[in-house]
Design a protein around this ligand. Structure first.
Ligand code: HEC
Ligand code: HEC
Length: 253
């Protein structure tokens, strides 16, 4: 049973979301924190905002293929985006994070985001990454301490993360990067840079082949799934993968 959203301490939850690795080292598998992607503590409209998330869940999602609670959704980001190990859903830490997210609840419809669906050219993207992103995220995407987190390598998000899908990453970039000059990229540049970033090796996500069990993975998913294979759908080429630091699956259903 998912805990009531108001059962935790929101201030403690925000501290965990913004300092995940230092607060929960046993559950962290990389150098990211939740707010590396959910910018402005989850309030930036076009950076996967948490405004209204409490009311949106539970909801059916096609990636797991079942109705997901908000606690489970948070655990998916822990296991995939943080390449970490899931928390028990009734743990104080989970309750505290859900309590913070609940403070942002709102009945308003979420802001429509212009989604980038263009094909990306990784060669063009590599040059643009060097010119536009490397000064903060490092020449090889490894991150620069106290400046910006990794976008590739073992400190970055895993292959199973939403951000490892080209359209999701390109859409995030178009609206939110470069951090100090947003709305300067074009959709094509965002797609090219995303295509390049996704050529960088990153941690594996064991069990990823069980995703989209109904055989309906979106076209930009970076890995082959069993259901798509069974249906004879085209499969993406294999990507360079790094070993996991921690196992994600403490509480898989
Ligand atoms: C590497 C980037 C990244 C990190 C780090 C990350 N997330 Fe996410 N998160 C995403 C993306 C991408 C989505 C999916 C948005 C979509 O559905 O298109 C998402 C979705 C969510 C959602 C669902 C929002 C909704 O209303 O549907 C929640 C809740 C969430 N994340 C919580 C967290 C928490 C808590 C953490 C830290 C434990 C975290 N995320 C870390 C990228 C990230
Ligand atoms: C001025 C420095 C700066 C520049 C330039 C910049 N970023 Fe960022 N980026 C950041 C910061 C700061 C964050 C959020 C970190 C936080 O709050 O934890 C971030 C977050 C991210 C994230 C989500 C977290 C992660 O590391 O996966 C991605 C992806 C990303 N940037 C990619 C890019 C790309 C690609 C470019 C080039 C188009 C770019 N950034 C340009 C500073 C920068």
């Amino acid at each position: 049973m998912a805990p009531a959203p108001t059962a935790g301490r929101a201030a403690r939850g925000l501290a965990l979301l913004t300092a995940f690795r230092d607060s929960l080292p046993a559950h962290s598998g990389n150098a990211l924190r939740c707010t590396s992607c959910h910018l402005d503590n989850g309030t930036r409209a076009r950076a996967m905002s948490w405004i209204g998330s409490t009311s949106r869940y539970p909801k059916f999602r096609s990636r797991p293929g079942y109705e997901e609670s908000l606690a489970r959704r948070v655990n998916e980001c822990i296991a995939r985006s943080l390449a970490g190990k899931m928390l028990p859903e009734d743990s104080p830490e989970m309750r505290d994070m859900l309590a913070y997210i609940a403070t942002l609840d709102s009945p308003a419809k979420s802001v429509a985001v212009d989604s980038v669906k263009l094909k990306g050219d990784a060669t063009r993207g590599a040059a643009d990454y060097g010119a536009t992103c490397a000064r903060c995220h490092g020449a090889a995407g490894q991150g620069v301490p106290a400046v910006a987190p990794a976008v590739g390598g073992s400190d970055s998000y895993s292959i199973g993360a939403g951000m490892a899908r080209q359209n999701t990453l390109a859409t995030f970039l178009l609206h939110n990067m470069p951090f100090d000059g947003t709305d300067t990229l074009t959709a094509q540049r965002a797609a090219d840079i995303a295509a390049y970033v996704l050529t960088l090796a990153r941690q594996d996500h064991p069990g990823k082949e069980r995703d989209w069990p109904r055989g309906d993975p979106p076209a930009d998913v970076a890995y082959a799934t069993t259901a798509a294979r069974r249906l004879g759908k085209p499969l993406p080429p294999a990507r360079a993968l790094l070993p996991r630091r921690v196992s994600p699956d403490s509480v898989l259903p």
